[in-house]
Design a protein around this ligand. Structure first.
Ligand code: ZN
Length: 175
């Protein structure tokens, strides 16, 4: 039952990630759900679309949930955040600030900016991390869909590697 629900919300998050890639930005999506399983916030990466370095999917979802997030902080409501990728250090901070109590992600990001497990393992904010339950990579088929989006993103003209190459071509400072 829980896994069916997790699948449902992870698929919603994947739809956001797919939209992000269509918009030529990082394919990451996130959804926040309350304890009655209502979606209270959705977000997708807007780093390239808004030219905003901090516009990550999880932060967007927290922002879009608006004042409802105070229910988690003040009334101790149990909110779950679903993301298609392991949250980075900034989003991990956002999750702890928002007092989100459960985090589920489709794909670990050890090689990239994945920060949740690294910060947790460092034992800083230990008391805060103790209040959050995590579930990583629970569904193989949906994990593959996220991996596929990441592979497509690697070839996207907005990928930082492509942008750096373009910047060097136009450089007026030849070595
Ligand atoms: Zn992030």
């Amino acid at each position: 039952m829980q896994m069916d629900r997790d699948r449902f919300f992870l698929e919603l998050a994947l739809e956001e990630a797919e939209k992000a890639l269509q918009e030529n930005t990082y394919p990451v999506g996130a959804v926040i759900v309350d304890e009655d399983f209502n979606v209270i916030g959705k977000g997708r990466n807007r780093v390239h679309t808004s030219q905003d370095i901090t516009a990550h999917a999880e932060i967007e979802a927290i922002r879009n949930a608006g004042s409802t997030m105070f229910d988690a902080k003040i009334n101790n409501k149990k909110f779950t955040l679903y993301s298609t990728l392991e949250p980075c250090p900034m989003c991990t901070g956002g999750i702890l600030f928002a007092k989100i109590q459960r985090v589920v992600w489709l794909l670990n990001d050890d090689q990239g900016f994945g920060g949740y497990k690294k910060i947790k393992d460092s034992s800083v904010f230990l008391e805060k991390f103790k209040r959050v339950e995590i579930l990583e990579e629970p569904l193989e088929d949906l994990k593959k869909r996220q991996l596929d989006l990441m592979t497509k993103w690697a070839k996207n003209p907005n990928n930082v590697v492509s942008l750096r190459k373009k910047a060097q071509v136009g450089s007026i400072n030849p070595i």
